[in-house]
Design a protein around this ligand. Sequence first.
Ligand SMILES: *Cc1c(COP(=O)(O)O)cnc(C)c1O
Length: 366
Amino acid sequence: MTLFYNQIQPQITNIKPYIPGKPIADLKRELNLVRVSKLASNENPLGASERVKKALQDLLIDIARYPDGSSFELKKSLSDNLGLKFNQISIGNGSNELLGLVARIFASDGDEIIFSQYAFAVYPISAQVVGATGVSVPAKNWGHDLKAMLKAISDRTKIIYIANPNNPTGTLVSIQDWDYFIKQVPQQVIVVLDEAYFEYVAENQTINGLDYLKRFPNLLVSRTFSKVYGLASLRVGYIMGCEEIISYIEKVREPFNVNQFAQVGALAALEDNDFVTKSIKINNIGMEKLTDFFTKKNLPFIPSAGNFVSIDLGNNAININQQLLELGVIVRPLANYGMNGFLRISIGTSKENEHFIEAMSKVLCQ
Ligand SMILES: *Cc1c(COP(=O)(O)O)cnc(C)c1O
């Protein structure tokens, strides 16, 4: 196992790999279950829009060809919809790829990358991969303490990652705190605002990162098709910023980083507003259902603006997670986020939510 230990880049040895939600097929196989509800990866419980599925079927005929390396149609549609220039957008193999590329472009050995305690696990990994030091700033009420993050900036700070809403806590930054923050960040520090759950947030609840791009060339905003658009498996996301930074991302990304199914699926998804509206509605109904249940059972939860909610089960979390698995419900333990007593539950269809509530009620009675 240590045959190549002395050859690898030292920062790579300590990386704790990202832990994904348990796949449905794994649990079915392991416990011989028929009915499994996966509420572990913040996926859209409705699946994908019928328009997307239709568009993808028509593509099968063309899989021998390389995809469009520039993602032209998708980028064009996004730039028209969002009021940005074509060259202000880069498309990625999931937004995850793009978050990592920003680290690759701006940071290396000895540099610092700031993120919040309990922030998305991809940020510390992105820092480590390039040899930079991850600086975790203590959270405030489970969310970003933007004032403390400003204070954490040093001469070596290259990037600040902020998820809004944050995953796994579902917290939002306040408009006032953000306005102060973004003005104070020195222009040589890149701010990456990760808006993976942007579409779920009700209007005026928080900022829209795009409103700040013109004034702040050091700001990048990322979004994804993995969540409300229901295309997690296709791997497609995008990042927006000033043309100069986007041109660097275009230089370092792989020539064909976004496959043709992802491009065509995302384009079709953008054209189906009804699906998005329906998904948000189902999410709001499910969120209310689950949080009502938690309130009734006296289970503390962190109010969430996303399509998931995290609950505090204290010392029983590991045990309860195991019992839920045995009852066919997959949720996400948050120990690797330093939130030992917490489980994160993605909002499902009404059937899946019922399955969870039924299983949880059973477990709590024991
Ligand atoms: C799910 C998620 C993403 C999206 O990742 P993709 O690579 O686009 O699937 C990005 N950021 C956060 C905070 C997320 O929770």
